[in-house]
Design a protein around this ligand. Structure first.
Ligand code: NAD
Ligand code: WQD
Length: 340
């Protein structure tokens, strides 16, 4: 059984990926410092896969602890690195926190890869690197635009760090550029649990429907789109998780000689904010309170992926629908709020 380190494995995307890795026969060890997650997630993962993953509570910012971890775990064959801070607004207010947490952690891990000959590395990147794209759908060779937040900048710099490291070592890395992950596991054992007021659309919708928020603010209906609201490519988190297993298999395969690759992970379809709201109401039968407000500063108008590269090279395609995602997100929200 190949042993895979999943950093940030108790977080939203990491936990779903751990389940898919275990379902595919990998032995998983998770590192997480619980800064944006909790130990309950371990229980949720175990309830689904019936196998408790190994877990170490460790802060990847502490270089000596990272070195000690690898000294004790020399049989790791691949790393999927999710651990990072991800709130765009917070990154503007506290850039050093973001540069430290998102860059130092990557550097320390790569140093250990060099030290122990670990050659397979998957990195969580983001469609944020494209900024406001010149054309749609967005292909991987679209220009990376000057980042509008320290968070976005950490993703751009991280990709550069990986590329440079791959060019001088045996490291093979894949950066997966996620579009907008939504939804939860169909069992409602794991899902998204944002700290404080949700910044992202779908958790705000489900919390509003659950009565935790008075109403959803739709940020702008005067954009140059069909209904005036912004367009994004919302991808079910379980589809996203499965793509990590496939990317890992590509890295582990003897045939793969590419050292650094990037892939878009999206559905290839754009949905407007109002379409998501309507779809939520239709799928769940819940009436959603919402009002149109001013545009949110920094929002791009329209972003959706060209997924041909991932379809062709990885042989991966998003399979679940928007309805599946919203239904699972609602099931999860109801479970954690004890709503029947
Ligand atoms: P998340 O916050 O749910 O998960 C990240 C996990 O990493 C958390 O459990 C947190 O406790 C842990 N962590 C953070 N810093 C750590 C450290 N120093 N040491 C150990 N553990 C640490 O976030 P997520 O939504 O699952 O995102 C995972 C990755 O995907 C991140 O790199 C994020 O930037 C990227 N990403 C997320 C989205 C999104 O919309 N959710 C989109 C694009 C990219
Ligand atoms: C989606 C749409 C909002 C909340 C962010 C990060 C990006 C990436 C994914 C990590 C937008 C609208 C939202 C609300 C709304 N993360 N909206 N009311 O902005 O596409 O991307 O998450 O890499 O870097 O910036 O996602 O979910 O915040 O917004 O109308 O209360 O929903 O304006 O059009 P976004 P989001």
């Amino acid at each position: 059984m190949k042993k895979i380190l999943v950093t940030g494995g108790l977080g939203y995307i990491g936990s779903h990926t751990v389940v898919e890795l275990q379902n595919s026969g990998y032995q998983v060890i998770i590192i997480d410092n619980l800064s944006n997650s909790s130990l309950d997630v371990l229980e949720g993962i175990t309830n689904i896969s019936k196998t408790p993953p190994a877990f170490e509570r460790l802060d990847l910012r502490i270089k000596a602890d990272v070195a000690d971890f690898f000294k004790r775990n020399q049989d790791i064959e691949g790393i999927i690195h999710f651990a990072a801070s991800k709130a765009v607004g917070e990154s503007v207010e506290n850039p050093l926190l973001y540069y430290e947490n998102n860059l130092n952690t990557l550097i320390y891990l790569l140093q250990e890869c060099n030290a122990y000959g670990i050659e397979n590395f998957i990195f969580s990147s983001s469609c944020t690197v494209y900024g406001e794209p010149d054309s749609l759908p967005i292909t991987e060779d679209a220009p990376v635009k000057a980042a509008t937040s320290p968070y976005g900048n950490t993703k751009q710099i991280s990709e550069e760090i990986l590329k440079d490291t791959c060019s001088v070592s045996a490291l093979k890395a894949i950066a997966l550029r996620y579009f907008n992950p939504i939804g939860a596991h169909e069992t409602a054992e794991i899902g998204e649990l944002p700290a404080g007021v949700p910044q992202n659309l779908v958790p705000f919708i489900t919390q509003t429907a659950a009565g935790l928020r008075k109403e959803l603010s739709v940020f702008g209906d005067d954009y140059p789109t069909e209904d005036g609201s912004c367009i994004r490519d919302y991808i079910h988190v379980v589809d996203l998780a499965k793509a990590h297993v496939i990317a890992l298999q590509r890295l582990l395969s003897e045939k793969n000689e590419t050292q650094f690759e990037v892939f878009n992970l999206g559905t290839g379809r754009g949905s407007s904010v109002l379409e998501v709201v309507n779809s939520f109401e239709k799928t769940t039968g819940e009436k959603l309170n919402y009002k149109i407000v001013e545009r949110r500063p920094g929002d791009v108008i329209s972003v959706y992926a060209d997924t041909k590269k991932a379809n062709k090279v990885l042989g991966w395609k998003a399979e679940k629908t928007m309805e599946d995602a919203l239904e699972s997100a609602w099931k999860w929200e109801k479970k954690i709020r004890n709503i029947s």
